[in-house]
Design a binder for this molecule. Structure first.
Ligand SMILES: CC(C)(COP(=O)(O)OP(=O)(O)OC[C@H]1O[C@@H](n2cnc3c(N)ncnc32)[C@H](O)[C@@H]1OP(=O)(O)O)[C@@H](O)C(=O)NCCC(=O)NCCS
Length: 167
């Protein structure tokens, strides 16, 4: 399995993976919209020998109190059922964090199960007085600091980009 940054020809295979992995087409449509709107900061794929995408992680910009602080949100993350439990999810997350760190991004947020993302260094955003604008997300909203000072003196509302409001 190869873990690398998404390129143009991966789009149909990513779309197919997301439609297989989630109960609705919302995630696939979200990624299409982010791509169309130029809001895919980074996409990381896991591909097999034939180039088929079996894992995917997307990162797109979020704002803090309406300001661009070079923060991004991780969503969606998906691994094909046939290859789950082999560490692909972990590799996609780490590859994404490494690349974003190299690019100079400051922090990554995620809405997801703390039992999963907590393993990879994400911590509750509420610990830093950070909230997601979506209701009832206090327990699942998490943050990962890339830049040393990213979480110093911050608090407030994180907002995802417009395509997330449609999904
Ligand atoms: C979540 C997902 C990406 C994990 O992919 P993966 O390649 O199996 O992940 P890894 O192999 O790195 O890690 C698997 C481990 O995480 C655990 N895990 C998976 N989902 C979990 C969850 N929601 N909560 C806690 N642990 C979870 C597995 O039990 C496994 O544990 P083990 O290593 O002790 O056996 C995959 O299950 C998936 O695509 N699910 C459907 C889409 C989804 O829910 N995405 C997350 C949305 S934020």
């Amino acid at each position: 399995m190869l873990i690398r940054t998404e390129i143009g020809v991966d789009a149909p295979s990513i779309d197919s993976l997301l439609r297989r992995c989630f109960a609705s087409s919302a995630e696939a449509e979200l990624v299409q919209q982010l791509r169309e709107d130029g809001l895919l900061t980074l996409g990381v794929v896991a591909t097999d020998d034939e180039g088929q995408v079996l894992g995917y992680a997307a990162f797109s910009p979020v704002t803090l109190n309406g300001e661009d602080k070079q923060w991004v949100g991780l969503a969606p993350l998906a691994v094909d059922e046939s290859v789950r439990g082999q560490g692909l999810g972990k590799q996609l997350i780490y590859e994404g964090l490494d690349t974003l760190n190299e690019f100079g991004y400051a922090a990554v947020v995620v809405l997801g199960d703390p039992a999963f993302f907590g393993r990879y260094g994400f911590e509750p955003a509420s610990r830093h007085q950070l909230r997601c604008h979506r209701p009832e997300t206090e327990a699942t909203f998490q943050v990962y600091k890339l830049a040393d000072e990213a979480l110093v003196g911050v608090e407030g509302n994180i907002e995802y980009s417009t395509p997330f409001n449609r999904s």
